[in-house]
Design a binder for this molecule. Sequence first.
Ligand SMILES: [Mg+2]
Length: 273
Amino acid sequence: MTPAPDSSPSPGLDPVLIAELDRIAAVPTLLVALDFDGTLAPLVDDPDDARAHPAARAALDALAALPGTIVALVSGRSLESLARVGEAAAAQPLVGSHGLEVRFGSGDARPAVDAADADRASALRSRLEPVVVAVPGAWIEPKPAGLAVHSRRVDDPESVRALVEALHAEAAAVDADLTVRDGRDVVEFAVRDATKGDGLRALVERFAPDAVLFAGDDVTDEDALAALGPGDLGIKVGEAESVARLRVADVAAMATALERLLRSRERLTGAVR
Ligand SMILES: [Mg+2]
Protein backbone atom coordinates (compact mmCIF):
# COMPACT_ATOMS: atom_id res chain seq x y z
CA MET A 1 0.00 0.00 0.00
CA THR A 2 1.34 3.42 -0.96
CA PRO A 3 0.95 5.95 1.86
CA ALA A 4 -0.89 9.14 1.02
CA PRO A 5 1.34 12.12 0.21
CA ASP A 6 2.19 14.32 3.17
CA SER A 7 0.27 17.53 2.66
CA SER A 8 1.47 19.15 5.88
CA PRO A 9 3.40 22.38 5.35
CA SER A 10 7.13 22.86 5.88
CA PRO A 11 7.31 26.64 6.32
CA GLY A 12 10.01 28.42 4.36
CA LEU A 13 11.06 25.46 2.23
CA ASP A 14 11.12 25.60 -1.55
CA PRO A 15 8.43 23.23 -2.96
CA VAL A 16 11.06 21.68 -5.27
CA LEU A 17 13.22 20.95 -2.24
CA ILE A 18 10.27 19.41 -0.40
CA ALA A 19 9.60 17.14 -3.39
CA GLU A 20 13.25 16.09 -3.49
CA LEU A 21 13.32 15.39 0.27
CA ASP A 22 10.21 13.26 -0.09
CA ARG A 23 11.78 11.42 -3.04
CA ILE A 24 14.99 10.42 -1.21
CA ALA A 25 12.99 9.62 1.93
CA ALA A 26 11.53 6.64 0.06
CA VAL A 27 14.77 4.77 -0.81
CA PRO A 28 15.55 1.56 1.10
CA THR A 29 19.00 2.70 2.32
CA LEU A 30 19.57 6.42 2.83
CA LEU A 31 22.84 8.10 3.77
CA VAL A 32 22.39 11.52 5.36
CA ALA A 33 25.87 13.08 5.41
CA LEU A 34 26.11 16.65 6.62
CA ASP A 35 28.64 19.35 7.23
CA PHE A 36 28.49 20.57 10.83
CA ASP A 37 29.53 24.22 11.29
CA GLY A 38 27.26 26.65 9.44
CA THR A 39 25.01 23.79 8.30
CA LEU A 40 23.77 22.08 11.48
CA ALA A 41 25.32 24.46 14.01
CA PRO A 42 25.28 28.26 13.91
CA LEU A 43 28.77 29.77 13.51
CA VAL A 44 30.19 30.96 16.82
CA ASP A 45 33.39 32.78 17.84
CA ASP A 46 34.81 29.85 19.78
CA PRO A 47 34.52 26.62 17.72
CA ASP A 48 34.37 24.61 20.97
CA ASP A 49 31.05 26.29 21.75
CA ALA A 50 29.38 25.15 18.51
CA ARG A 51 26.40 22.83 18.94
CA ALA A 52 23.79 21.60 16.47
CA HIS A 53 20.50 23.51 16.26
CA PRO A 54 18.18 21.65 18.69
CA ALA A 55 15.59 20.89 15.99
CA ALA A 56 18.29 19.58 13.63
CA ARG A 57 19.75 17.50 16.41
CA ALA A 58 16.40 15.95 17.29
CA ALA A 59 15.59 15.20 13.64
CA LEU A 60 18.99 13.57 13.07
CA ASP A 61 18.75 11.42 16.19
CA ALA A 62 15.30 10.22 15.09
CA LEU A 63 16.50 9.60 11.51
CA ALA A 64 19.46 7.56 12.76
CA ALA A 65 17.04 5.36 14.71
CA LEU A 66 15.02 4.51 11.57
CA PRO A 67 15.79 1.34 9.61
CA GLY A 68 18.13 1.71 6.63
CA THR A 69 19.13 5.22 7.61
CA ILE A 70 22.75 6.25 8.22
CA VAL A 71 23.45 9.71 9.61
CA ALA A 72 27.05 10.91 9.27
CA LEU A 73 28.86 14.19 9.91
CA VAL A 74 31.45 15.40 7.39
CA SER A 75 33.64 18.23 8.62
CA GLY A 76 36.92 20.06 8.29
CA ARG A 77 37.32 19.67 12.05
CA SER A 78 39.56 16.98 13.43
CA LEU A 79 37.65 13.80 14.20
CA GLU A 80 38.18 14.37 17.91
CA SER A 81 36.77 17.91 17.77
CA LEU A 82 33.86 16.83 15.53
CA ALA A 83 32.90 13.97 17.86
CA ARG A 84 32.89 16.39 20.81
CA VAL A 85 30.87 19.30 19.39
CA GLY A 86 28.69 16.97 17.32
CA GLU A 87 27.92 15.03 20.52
CA ALA A 88 28.29 11.96 18.32
CA ALA A 89 27.27 8.55 19.56
CA ALA A 90 30.05 5.93 19.26
CA ALA A 91 28.13 4.26 16.43
CA GLN A 92 27.83 7.43 14.34
CA PRO A 93 30.02 7.54 11.23
CA LEU A 94 32.22 10.65 11.09
CA VAL A 95 34.51 12.20 8.50
CA GLY A 96 37.03 14.68 9.92
CA SER A 97 39.86 16.84 8.56
CA HIS A 98 38.18 17.19 5.15
CA GLY A 99 38.13 13.48 4.41
CA LEU A 100 41.51 12.62 5.89
CA GLU A 101 40.03 10.97 8.98
CA VAL A 102 37.14 8.55 8.50
CA ARG A 103 35.45 6.53 11.21
CA PHE A 104 32.65 4.20 10.19
CA GLY A 105 31.09 3.99 13.62
CA SER A 106 31.52 0.28 14.12
CA GLY A 107 34.90 0.50 15.81
CA ASP A 108 36.90 0.61 12.59
CA ALA A 109 38.48 3.67 11.08
CA ARG A 110 40.76 4.52 8.23
CA PRO A 111 44.26 5.58 9.41
CA ALA A 112 44.80 9.35 9.24
CA VAL A 113 48.50 10.08 8.75
CA ASP A 114 51.75 8.11 8.94
CA ALA A 115 54.77 9.12 11.07
CA ALA A 116 56.50 10.97 8.22
CA ASP A 117 53.43 13.11 7.55
CA ALA A 118 53.01 13.77 11.27
CA ASP A 119 56.61 15.09 11.35
CA ARG A 120 56.01 17.35 8.35
CA ALA A 121 52.84 18.67 10.01
CA SER A 122 54.72 19.38 13.20
CA ALA A 123 57.51 21.23 11.33
CA LEU A 124 54.88 23.29 9.56
CA ARG A 125 53.17 24.24 12.82
CA SER A 126 56.44 25.46 14.39
CA ARG A 127 57.10 27.70 11.37
CA LEU A 128 53.61 29.23 11.21
CA GLU A 129 53.07 29.66 14.95
CA PRO A 130 55.11 32.91 15.28
CA VAL A 131 53.19 34.45 12.35
CA VAL A 132 49.87 33.71 14.04
CA VAL A 133 50.90 34.71 17.56
CA ALA A 134 51.82 38.18 16.24
CA VAL A 135 48.18 38.88 15.30
CA PRO A 136 45.83 39.48 18.27
CA GLY A 137 42.70 37.32 18.02
CA ALA A 138 44.19 34.82 15.56
CA TRP A 139 44.73 31.29 16.78
CA ILE A 140 45.90 27.87 15.63
CA GLU A 141 43.87 24.69 15.64
CA PRO A 142 46.25 21.73 15.25
CA LYS A 143 45.08 19.10 12.75
CA PRO A 144 46.38 15.56 12.22
CA ALA A 145 47.96 16.54 8.90
CA GLY A 146 48.64 20.21 9.53
CA LEU A 147 46.82 23.13 11.06
CA ALA A 148 44.01 25.60 10.67
CA VAL A 149 44.46 29.29 11.46
CA HIS A 150 41.27 30.98 12.62
CA SER A 151 40.74 34.71 12.12
CA ARG A 152 37.10 35.15 13.17
CA ARG A 153 38.17 37.04 16.32
CA VAL A 154 40.57 39.37 14.48
CA ASP A 155 38.84 42.77 14.38
CA ASP A 156 40.43 44.45 11.41
CA PRO A 157 39.90 42.99 7.89
CA GLU A 158 43.24 44.46 6.77
CA SER A 159 45.03 42.49 9.53
CA VAL A 160 43.26 39.33 8.37
CA ARG A 161 44.33 39.94 4.78
CA ALA A 162 47.97 40.55 5.83
CA LEU A 163 47.93 37.48 8.08
CA VAL A 164 46.61 35.19 5.35
CA GLU A 165 49.16 36.54 2.88
CA ALA A 166 52.02 36.02 5.36
CA LEU A 167 50.84 32.48 6.15
CA HIS A 168 50.66 31.53 2.48
CA ALA A 169 54.20 32.85 1.89
CA GLU A 170 55.69 31.17 4.98
CA ALA A 171 53.96 27.85 4.29
CA ALA A 172 55.15 27.80 0.67
CA ALA A 173 58.71 28.42 1.90
CA VAL A 174 58.69 25.56 4.42
CA ASP A 175 56.91 22.89 2.36
CA ALA A 176 56.25 23.06 -1.38
CA ASP A 177 53.77 20.17 -1.35
CA LEU A 178 51.07 21.53 0.92
CA THR A 179 47.35 21.55 0.38
CA VAL A 180 46.07 25.03 1.24
CA ARG A 181 42.41 25.84 1.79
CA ASP A 182 40.95 29.28 2.27
CA GLY A 183 37.61 29.07 4.04
CA ARG A 184 35.35 31.45 5.89
CA ASP A 185 37.52 33.10 8.59
CA VAL A 186 39.93 30.19 8.36
CA VAL A 187 42.93 29.13 6.31
CA GLU A 188 44.18 25.56 6.47
CA PHE A 189 47.48 23.94 5.58
CA ALA A 190 47.74 20.16 5.25
CA VAL A 191 50.65 17.90 4.31
CA ARG A 192 48.27 15.36 2.82
CA ASP A 193 45.50 16.04 0.42
CA ALA A 194 41.96 14.88 0.97
CA THR A 195 38.60 16.50 0.38
CA LYS A 196 35.13 16.12 1.74
CA GLY A 197 34.41 14.43 -1.59
CA ASP A 198 36.93 11.70 -0.69
CA GLY A 199 35.31 11.35 2.73
CA LEU A 200 31.83 11.12 1.26
CA ARG A 201 32.99 8.52 -1.29
CA ALA A 202 34.45 6.43 1.57
CA LEU A 203 31.06 6.48 3.31
CA VAL A 204 29.21 5.59 0.10
CA GLU A 205 31.60 2.70 -0.57
CA ARG A 206 31.09 1.41 2.95
CA PHE A 207 27.32 1.78 3.31
CA ALA A 208 26.22 1.40 -0.35
CA PRO A 209 23.18 3.70 0.04
CA ASP A 210 20.47 3.99 -2.61
CA ALA A 211 20.56 7.76 -2.21
CA VAL A 212 22.65 10.36 -0.38
CA LEU A 213 21.70 13.70 1.12
CA PHE A 214 24.65 16.03 1.56
CA ALA A 215 24.40 19.62 2.78
CA GLY A 216 27.09 22.20 3.42
CA ASP A 217 27.69 25.94 3.60
CA ASP A 218 31.36 26.51 2.76
CA VAL A 219 33.75 26.27 -0.18
CA THR A 220 35.15 22.92 0.99
CA ASP A 221 31.65 21.38 0.86
CA GLU A 222 31.64 21.84 -2.90
CA ASP A 223 33.89 18.77 -3.31
CA ALA A 224 31.27 16.63 -1.57
CA LEU A 225 28.39 18.23 -3.49
CA ALA A 226 30.27 17.53 -6.73
CA ALA A 227 30.77 13.88 -5.71
CA LEU A 228 27.02 13.23 -5.54
CA GLY A 229 25.32 11.04 -8.14
CA PRO A 230 22.20 11.87 -10.18
CA GLY A 231 19.83 10.21 -7.67
CA ASP A 232 21.35 12.02 -4.71
CA LEU A 233 20.39 15.36 -3.20
CA GLY A 234 22.81 18.22 -2.54
CA ILE A 235 21.79 21.28 -0.55
CA LYS A 236 23.74 24.51 -0.19
CA VAL A 237 23.19 26.41 3.04
CA GLY A 238 23.32 30.17 2.43
CA GLU A 239 23.92 32.35 -0.59
CA ALA A 240 27.43 31.42 -1.73
CA GLU A 241 28.04 30.09 -5.22
CA SER A 242 27.54 26.33 -5.48
CA VAL A 243 27.21 23.31 -7.73
CA ALA A 244 24.13 22.38 -5.66
CA ARG A 245 20.79 22.93 -7.38
CA LEU A 246 18.90 23.47 -4.15
CA ARG A 247 19.41 25.79 -1.23
CA VAL A 248 18.20 26.66 2.21
CA ALA A 249 18.72 30.09 3.74
CA ASP A 250 20.40 29.18 7.00
CA VAL A 251 20.90 26.66 9.82
CA ALA A 252 17.29 27.02 10.99
CA ALA A 253 15.94 26.30 7.49
CA MET A 254 18.27 23.29 7.26
CA ALA A 255 16.73 22.01 10.49
CA THR A 256 13.27 22.42 8.94
CA ALA A 257 14.42 20.42 5.88
CA LEU A 258 15.67 17.62 8.14
CA GLU A 259 12.37 17.60 10.03
CA ARG A 260 10.58 17.24 6.69
CA LEU A 261 12.87 14.37 5.67
CA LEU A 262 12.24 12.66 9.00
CA ARG A 263 8.44 12.98 8.77
CA SER A 264 8.42 11.69 5.24
CA ARG A 265 10.73 8.76 5.97
CA GLU A 266 8.83 7.81 9.13
CA ARG A 267 5.63 7.69 7.13
CA LEU A 268 7.14 5.70 4.28
CA THR A 269 8.95 3.21 6.50
CA GLY A 270 5.85 2.75 8.65
CA ALA A 271 7.56 4.07 11.77
CA VAL A 272 5.10 6.30 13.57
CA ARG A 273 6.02 8.24 16.66
MG1 LIG B 1 30.46 24.50 7.33
